[in-house]
Write a protein that binds this ligand. Structure first.
Ligand SMILES: [Zn+2]
Length: 402
């Protein structure tokens, strides 16, 4: 694969130097299991590659033999390559121009960890951010993105550099929508659009206008339905981006494949030692959930402070025991068995100051894990915060712990 990539970089480099048109998808085709359903505009790719080159290399006169160092060319062409075949090492030859999640019914191997560089993020909208619907369960269905208020005709921008994978229409869903794949490994989805400003397979830059906002598909009131996906799986965009400030929470967002009883769950968490959470779906029982994750009903009851006969509600988070990820050092794994020092520190503060202690909810946390962390019980937290045991807690939500 590495050799193949290098050969491809060299081929592109040579074709650019010699001014030959690049048959990008043609090169790629040798490696495709299925040919792409839509022909690629090679001339357009070539133009973009040239523009990119202009962006990366100061004009240098080429006299006789090649006057530019091989190093310059390789840098340029690695950048170009990354846009032509975004996150190729992750998605390999998959370039599906129809299905938003092409891996829905496919068994794929998710990496143990994957760092995503978010530095070049651009807010997809220009107006002041108003989130009209958050990611997560609402009523009985899953909302797989973040809804941002826009007016019909407002400019929608690419969140990162990338390439347009899907430009399509779903009447009973996304309406007119775009899917972009980015070199950092993420894919972003833009739904309910009124007009496209890009075409399929087009390379776009971060912040470039790609469409106009609208109200098409299953939508009441104009808005942008914005999704972030990783190998087809949706991720709460608010975990990655601070929309109000138009910046990513962190320059690099690292996903860890959570392990339960030593097995990869393909559940991604931003924290290596976060506990995995399963959201109860219609018809599921504790027995079924236990079997799904290779654990026992007793274990689940213990972890969640529930009994075997507890009634599960749809969307209810069920905490699962996890092992440390493979990237953790053995000493860290050993440390896990010793009691967490944090509760002791907290209780000391409690005793000396008597002030209430608040906790801001992090991704993957539940009332149970918060209670454990602060050496208290779920019942006590519910009492202190006047909430019910089975409420869905949100990231960033402040919980009084003492
Ligand atoms: Zn939405």
């Amino acid at each position: 694969m590495k050799c193949y990539m290098e050969r491809r970089i060299l081929l592109i480099a040579c074709s650019l130097v010699l001014g030959l048109p690049i048959q990008a998808q043609g090169l790629k085709k040798n490696n495709l299991k299925q040919p792409p359903p839509v022909a690629v505009d090679a001339a357009r790719l070539d133009r973009y590659a040239s523009e990119l080159m202009a962006n990366y290399v100061k004009p240098i006169k080429v006299t006789g033999e090649l006057a530019i160092s091989k190093f310059d060319y390789l840098n340029v062409h690695v950048a170009t390559e990354n846009l032509m075949f975004p996150a190729d090492e992750l998605y390999e030859s998959s370039w599906d121009t129809v299905n938003i999640n092409p891996f829905k019914n496919v068994n794929i191997t998710f990496p143990d960890t994957y760092p995503i560089n978010c530095q070049s993020f651009s807010l997809p909208i220009d107006n002041e951010v108003k989130i009209t619907s958050k990611y997560g369960y609402r009523r009985r269905s899953m909302h797989s993105g973040t809804d941002l208020k826009v007016k019909v005709g407002d400019t929608i921008r690419a969140a990162f550099d990338g390439k347009v994978r899907i430009k399509s229409f779903i009447r009973r869903g996304y309406g007119y929508h775009l899917v972009l794949r980015h070199p950092n490994g993420l894919e972003t989805v833009y739904g309910h659009l009124s007009k496209f400003l890009v075409t399929e397979n087009q390379i776009v830059r971060s912040g470039e206008p790609i469409a106009l906002g609208g109200n098409t598909g299953r939508s009441t009131g104009s808005h942008l339905h914005f999704e972030t996906r990783f190998l087809g799986k949706t991720i709460n965009p608010e975990e990655i981006f601070d929309f109000a400030n138009g910046v990513p929470h962190k320059d690099e967002y690292v996903f860890h494949n959570v392990k339960v009883n030593g097995k990869k769950t393909n559940i991604y968490s931003t924290s290596a030692d976060a506990l995995a959470v399963h959201r109860v779906k219609k018809g599921e029982t504790l027995g079924l959930i236990a079997r799904m994750y290779g654990t026992s009903v007793d274990e689940l009851c213990k972890l969640n402070g529930i009994t075997k006969t507890s009634t599960l509600s749809i969307g209810q988070p069920i905490q699962l025991r996890t092992n440390k990820t493979a990237t953790e050092t053995p000493s860290a794994a050993v440390k896990q068995t010793t009691p967490d020092p944090q509760p002791a520190i907290v209780s000391q503060t409690e005793k000396t100051s008597g002030e209430p202690v608040y906790h801001s909810i992090q991704a993957g946390e539940s009332l149970y894990t918060v209670a454990k962390k602060y050496g208290t019980t779920v019942e006590k937290l519910c009492e202190l915060n006047d909430i019910k045991e089975n409420i869905i807690i949100k990231i960033g939500q402040k919980i009084r712990c003492s």
